[in-house]
Design a protein around this ligand. Structure first.
Ligand SMILES: C[S@@+](CC[C@H](N)C(=O)[O-])C[C@H]1O[C@@H](n2cnc3c(N)ncnc32)[C@H](O)[C@@H]1O
Length: 275
């Protein structure tokens, strides 16, 4: 079958728009297609099976195997969270604060790194940073390493249950950043997310606050004598997180930032950082 016929067949077999079909086909065929290009039957059968999965809600990113984030391309795989557009805002504001508060070389710890989007993007954007990325998931760590090499960045990646291994190694950082699992079990989320994305990356205990508590309670053990803590947060968690922050960092100022829809989505804490 040629590419044009396959394109027409895809339109009949799926409810996807043309742009998406061509995007999936291009990645699936792994070449820039031409209309008359011939495609073997085994490949077509395989592709149609993938198309069917997408029709049923399976994430396209897991089929094409990559996603764009902050202008960089990251590999994604089932078992590791697909980076979200909102997280680009966390990177954006953190970059701004790094440039404002740190003039020399800085060290940054990305907790729950997943694909590595936060740590690696910040390394790309602010080369003076030394980046360490940790996760509890072996799949995530493997993928973060693939992405580091794909983006040609020299970073440190290792397994840690939140801060456990970092504390054991007695490492100290200027910046702690995390987009931890923060959903509650009964939170209404899209069925495709619940079904296809790793639950270990999504849920943060009864009120979704478990990991913020763990990080804030232990942060002083891994922060230098001045530092920044940056979190992505759930839009209804602001007051709870401020309460936890006040418990462990009583006199430190903080800031909440909103996403493009006007919802609270980021929390920044300034520990001994002066304007
Ligand atoms: C919401 S995802 C964020 C992934 C990535 N940082 C991003 O922003 O796309 C949370 C990540 O935390 C990791 N994680 C869950 N529990 C953890 C733990 N106890 N210690 C370290 N990482 C953990 C998950 O494996 C997952 O990669």
């Amino acid at each position: 079958m040629d590419y044009q016929t396959l394109l027409e067949l895809s339109r009949k077999e799926s409810h996807l728009d043309d742009k998406t079909i061509k995007y999936v086909l291009k990645y699936y065929l792994k070449v820039e297609p031409t209309l008359k290009m011939k495609i073997g039957q085994t490949k077509i059968d395989d592709y149609l099976r993938q198309l069917q999965k997408i029709n049923e809600g399976y994430p396209i990113q897991y089929i094409v195997g990559n996603v764009d984030f902050y202008g960089y391309n990251f590999k994604v795989k089932p078992g590791v969270l697909i980076p979200r557009f909102e997280t680009e805002q966390l990177v954006f504001h953190t970059k701004k604060y790094i440039n404002k508060y740190f003039s020399n070389k800085v060290s940054l710890l990305d907790i729950g790194t997943g694909t590595g989007v936060i740590g690696l993007t910040l390394k790309k954007e602010v080369p003076k940073i030394d980046v360490t990325m940790v996760d509890i998931s072996a799949k995530a760590l493997k993928l973060a390493k693939v992405n580091a090499s794909h983006l040609n960045e020299d970073v440190t990646i290792y397994k840690s249950d939140m801060l456990d291994e970092v504390i054991r190694l007695n490492e100290k950082f200027d910046i702690i950043i995390s987009n931890p699992p923060y959903l509650t079990k009964d939170e209404e989320i899209m069925e495709v997310v619940r079904r296809y994305e790793p639950s270990k990356a999504l849920y943060g205990g009864k009120k979704g606050l478990k990991y913020y508590k763990v990080i804030l309670a232990n942060a002083k053990k891994v922060l230098k004598d001045r530092g920044l803590i940056a979190f992505e947060i759930g839009s209804s968690q602001t007051l709870d997180i401020i309460k936890i922050a006040n418990k462990y960092f009583k006199d430190s100022p903080y800031e909440i930032k909103k996403d493009f829809q006007g919802r609270d989505r980021m929390f920044f804490l300034f520990y001994n950082l002066n304007d």
